[in-house]
Design a protein around this ligand. Sequence first.
Ligand code: 5GP
Ligand code: ZN
Length: 139
Amino acid sequence: MSRNPDCIFCKIAAGGIPSTKLLETEEALAFMDIGPLAPGHVLLIPKEHYETLDVMPAEQAAAMLSHLPSLVRAVQAATGCEGINVLQNNGAIAGQLVPHVHFHVIPRDPGGTFTFNWPAGAYEDGQMDTLADAIRKEL
Ligand code: 5GP
Ligand code: ZN
């Protein structure tokens, strides 16, 4: 198990820093976020240290993400929230403060304080197909 001694989520995974755990397997851990965007805000992490999702092996990601549906159901049932955002901030520019992969499970209710902007844009002629080709080549 590769861990980073300076990483706060590695310390949580190793039990060196206390957390309110929800589920734990060999590969994954879910615990309560200490600074919730809404009551019931949960984090799901791999126990192994990966800074961002793009460097995670697919098998490790799959093992972690296999818990996402049940976690979403549990948060929804326990909080009675109307909806949920699953969010993964990948990289500092995307708002990632803790450089250890984590998925946020955030309850949403009318009048909740967590909102975000969704400024949908539009492609110029041909731009979408060009980008799709470029992305396909990288897969
Ligand atoms: P990010 O901005 O990196 O996507 O989110 C990091 C999240 O980790 C934040 O929501 C923050 O509240 C949470 N967090 C940071 N430090 C701790 C901690 O020591 N314990 C717990 N439970 N959550 C933490
Ligand atoms: Zn870590």
